[in-house]
Ligand binder design. Structure first.
Ligand SMILES: *[C@@H]1O[C@H](CO)[C@@H](O)[C@H](O)[C@H]1NC(C)=O
Ligand SMILES: *[C@@H]1O[C@H](CO)[C@@H](O)[C@H](O)[C@H]1NC(C)=O
Ligand SMILES: *[C@@H]1O[C@H](CO)[C@@H](O)[C@H](O)[C@H]1NC(C)=O
Length: 380
């Protein structure tokens, strides 16, 4: 009696084992054939966070990543947090933001169910979902055939009402996960993420001449953002120069933390908007090296296209044309000298650190042959 029970168990065990092995084999077989066009991720993905500020060209830097086939890119996931908690301060919102970034880097989309405006059933509730090529193609959005290219306008229509789970499924297929944010003003908040064994995080810090930012901000309504930024300040005067002062101070602090933190060695790179505008291909090469990505010929062609196309708006709202190096100088003819001085006062330290020369007179400001971006600049 005992003997036969034992035999029975042994037999049961053997069958289970065989079944398990077979299912594993089939699983690997299926996952490697179905998604052969995506890189099968067998090791920890690379995580890149583009840290910048409003109107500094971070959308363009995001697109540089977005166009690479190995990259799962998300545009500004922290936006939903700021819009939900618009009565709070940027200091407080750092913490839910950090948690959200960590979750999304590990392809856990569940926090979005709480933050998205309509209950988080669909990833299209992320206001800028179509900025992400990965969300506009398979397996995230089955409305696009693999042979079709990335088209953000079509994506807004065709990929609307796609379940949030599809975003998580797609995220797991990529070797690089990249997000950009303008909402990190204190890098020390992110330090625990560098000790997290699930992550392989790198910070790409994009800065821009605050006078250029000031001009660009004039065309955008950032009232909600400004209120969140200045909430902790006693003086509620939400003037542009105060906002810029806070942003400038944050950029200096971010750089200080990066230089001081041992865990950030080799994991931080600063880049200036002006260098990107003047030498896009060289800058993009540097950015890809930092992220461990290869520059393909197709991408090189894309960079050539976007830096030589005259039609503005063709590439979404991060217009970037042959005139981009002229845009760098636009503030010099469009800003009032007194206002420029106010910004220079608030941003002295940042301008010095990142190599932007102040102007001392209206004449200097308007003299475009006088170069105000220090080209010998380097943080290394
Ligand atoms: C706004 O700022 C100016 C100059 O800093 C100051 O004189 C004025 O009292 C401030 N107004 C308020 C309401 O705080
Ligand atoms: C670049 O532009 C040309 C001409 O408009 C177009 O045929 C080509 O597909 C574009 N290539 C990329 C990679 O965007
Ligand atoms: C403009 O700046 C350049 C370079 O410093 C200088 O040589 C030139 O004299 C300036 N022009 C005027 C009109 O001040």
């Amino acid at each position: 009696m005992m003997q036969s029970t034992l035999k029975y168990f042994f037999f049961f065990f053997l069958v289970s084992f065989l079944f398990f092995s077979l299912s594993q084999f089939l699983y690997i077989k299926i996952s490697s054939t179905t998604y052969s066009q995506y890189s099968v991720v067998d090791k920890k993905p690379v995580h890149v966070l583009v840290v910048s500020s409003w109107r500094s060209g971070s959308s363009f830097v995001g697109q540089i990543f977005n166009h690479h086939n190995d990259v799962f890119y998300l545009f500004e996931p922290g936006h939903s947090i700021w819009m939900k908690f618009w009565g709070e301060s940027s200091e407080l919102l750092h913490f839910p933001l950090r948690d959200l970034l960590r979750s999304l880097f590990t392809c856990d989309v569940s926090p979005l169910q709480q933050y998205l405006p309509n209950g988080g059933k669909y990833f299209s509730e992320l206001g800028f979902f179509a900025e992400s090529r990965a969300l506009c193609s398979q397996p995230a959005c089955t409305a696009f055939m693999p042979s079709e290219g990335y088209d953000r306008l079509k994506c807004y229509h065709r990929c609307k009402n796609t379940l949030l789970d599809k975003m998580a499924e797609a995220c797991k297929k990529y070797s690089h996960i990249v997000m950009k944010t303008v909402r990190v003003l204190d890098l020390s908040v992110l330090l625990p993420l560098f000790r997290d064994p699930a992550l392989d995080l790198r910070i790409l810090h994009l800065v821009r001449d605050p006078r250029g930012i000031a001009l660009s901000r004039k065309y955008f309504d950032l009232t909600i953002e400004n209120n969140i930024l200045l909430r902790k300040h006693e003086n509620k005067n939400n003037t542009m120069s105060r906002v810029l002062g806070k942003i400038c101070k944050a950029q200096v602090e971010i750089n200080n933390v990066a230089k001081a933190a041992e865990v950030l060695k080799g994991r931080y790179m600063a880049i200036r908007h002006e260098d990107l505008s003047n030498e896009p291909l060289k800058s993009i090469q540097k950015i890809y090296n930092f992220a461990g990505l290869h520059l393909t010929q197709d991408l090189e062609q894309w960079v050539y296209n976007i830096t030589h196309v005259e039609v503005e708006g063709k590439y979404g709202f991060m217009t970037f044309s042959r005139k981009s190096s002229m845009v760098v100088q636009k503030w010099r003819t469009n800003l009032n000298y007194n206002f420029v001085q106010e910004i220079q006062d608030h941003c002295k330290e940042a301008m010095n650190l990142f190599g932007y020369r102040p102007v001392g007179s209206p004449k200097e400001q308007k003299n475009l042959t006088l170069d105000l971006v220090n080209m010998d600049w380097s943080l290394e």
